[in-house]
Design a protein around this ligand. Structure first.
Ligand SMILES: [Zn+2]
Length: 54
């Protein structure tokens, strides 16, 4: 299971219908709305990972 970065719900990556690749990483979403939100402002939702690099 992976986390939907938008609503933090668990998504089964094996049957996830909504996913997108950003920065070489695949993100999975519970629905089309979450995917759309992520694609509009991906940086807003992945800033946790940027912080780890610092
Ligand atoms: Zn979601």
């Amino acid at each position: 299971m992976v986390l939907d970065p938008i609503c933090l719900m668990e998504v089964d990556e094996k049957c996830a219908r909504f996913k997108t690749v950003y920065n070489g990483q695949t993100f999975y979403f519970c629905d089309k709305g979450c995917k759309q939100k992520f694609e509009e402002e991906p940086e807003k939702y992945i800033d946790i990972e940027e912080r780890e690099e610092k």
